[in-house]
Design a binder for this molecule. Structure first.
Ligand SMILES: Cc1cc2nc3c(=O)[nH]c(=O)nc-3n(C[C@H](O)[C@H](O)[C@H](O)COP(=O)(O)O)c2cc1C
Length: 370
């Protein structure tokens, strides 16, 4: 018997024993019926690979670039709040693991550590994730803080304007913490559901009125390239390119906001088509196997990101646990690329993908078939 987990699902099982239940539910859960979460795995599992044999795959190379920055493998770390739920070292462990493995960490503005403290531990490229705030000066201030600290891109999350209904959190009376990134910001007050003025939280300062013009404004007022996260349609992908973004993350926020959307990988091809190569397209959602990453790349993603598995790695063994999780996915991807006859990232193409059994073509109109 191997003594450690041998796949991401086993990491989750182990992590579940180590993280307190409300936090585990917050991480693992999603909006309302969690239909999108289940659909994501079902869709990924239903995509079949069509391998080519007798290709020279002796020299495999998983390296690529994102926004011109070299990374060792096409898997980055998604922005996710409060890594302290899984490890005392929190985002410090995460950024060290990302640096050691040669990939990008996208730091959430809801991190348990300040963006400056995390940047100080970085040994590779780091991106910073934030929102459009009602106060535009504050929006620029945070982006400029990130640039000054050494972040090389700004990830603008577009799909989190409305508070989601997460039923596990409601049942657990779950209250999350406030990130120190917001500690110096005067957030004012808001009128609570009970009518009284209550201290506002980070969510209250996000701007529900933000539109594409605001993306244009942001992209022209900061030096960092902007990557828009949370796009689920081809037309919106095209707008990202038109309004100044340099990249787009096809994502449904891991099923944590709007439920009953398609799995992100289902809409990836339409975004890739409408973006027409003008900006880079990435994907997140349900990446748990090397073959998932291969399928996303085959459907046109330049790279993928993972959210929940980073918590599972951190909970099992801090920085080393997260390194192990990334290594596991890297090795699975390496093997799958070899077995499909695709030795490099550039050689991965749509041709290795199928969703419908080739047998169906044999019996197109056959009465016997019904
Ligand atoms: C606990 C948790 C916190 C998250 N916090 C953020 C966040 O602060 N900003 C953001 O843009 N996305 C956030 N996300 C969404 C992730 O970036 C990502 O879109 C999603 O987790 C991808 O799906 P996966 O978990 O199946 O890999 C969070 C996800 C989780 C699980």
């Amino acid at each position: 018997m191997a003594d450690g987990p041998v796949n991401i699902f086993e990491y989750e099982e182990l992590a579940k024993e180590r993280i307190n239940k409300p936090d585990y539910d917050y991480i693992a859960g999603g909006a309302t019926d969690e239909i999108t979460i289940r659909r994501t795995r079902a869709v990924l599992d239903s995509i079949m690979l069509r391998p080519n044999m007798m290709v020279d795959i002796s020299q495999r190379d998983l390296s690529t670039t994102v926004l011109g920055q070299p990374i060792n493998l096409p898997l980055m770390l998604d922005p996710a709040g409060h890594h302290s739920m899984a490890s005392d070292e929190a985002e410090i462990a995460t950024v060290r693991a990302a640096g050691a493995m040669g990939t990008v960490m996208v730091l959430s503005s809801h991190a348990s550590r300040t963006l400056e403290d995390v940047a100080a531990e970085a040994s590779g490229p780091i991106w910073f994730q934030q929102y459009l705030f009602k106060d535009r000066e504050l929006t620029l201030e945070m982006a400029n803080r990130a640039e000054e600290a050494g972040y090389s891109a700004l990830c603008l999350t577009a799909d989190a304007k409305v508070p989601p209904k997460r039923e596990r959190n409601i049942r657990n009376n779950y209250v999350g913490g406030v990130s120190p990134n917001y500690s110096k910001i005067d957030m004012g007050t808001h009128t609570s559901t009970f009518g009284a003025d209550a201290p506002a939280g980070p969510r209250d300062i996000r701007d529900p009125a933000a539109t594409w013009e605001d993306l244009d404004w942001l992209a022209s007022n900061i030096r960092l390239p902007v990557v828009v996260k949370g796009i689920m349609r081809g037309d919106d992908g095209r707008r990202c390119a038109e309004y100044g973004a340099k990249g787009v993350i096809v994502s449904n926020h891991g099923g944590r906001y709007l439920d009953t959307t398609f799995a992100s990988i289902e809409v990836l091809p339409e975004v890739v088509d409408q973006v027409e190569g003008r900006i880079e397209v990435y994907l997140d959602g349900g990446m748990r196997r090397g073959t998932d990453i291969l399928k996303a790349l085959a459907l046109g993603a330049r790279a993928v990101l993972m959210g929940r598995p980073l918590f599972w790695g951190l909970a099992v063994d801090g920085e080393a646990g997260l390194r192990a999780v990334i290594t596991l996915l890297r090795d699975e991807l390496n093997g799958a690329m070899g077995m499909c006859g695709r030795p490099t990232i550039n050689s991965i193409d749509r041709n290795i993908i199928g969703t419908v059994s080739p047998l169906l073509g044999l019996f197109p109109q056959s009465a016997d078939f019904r």
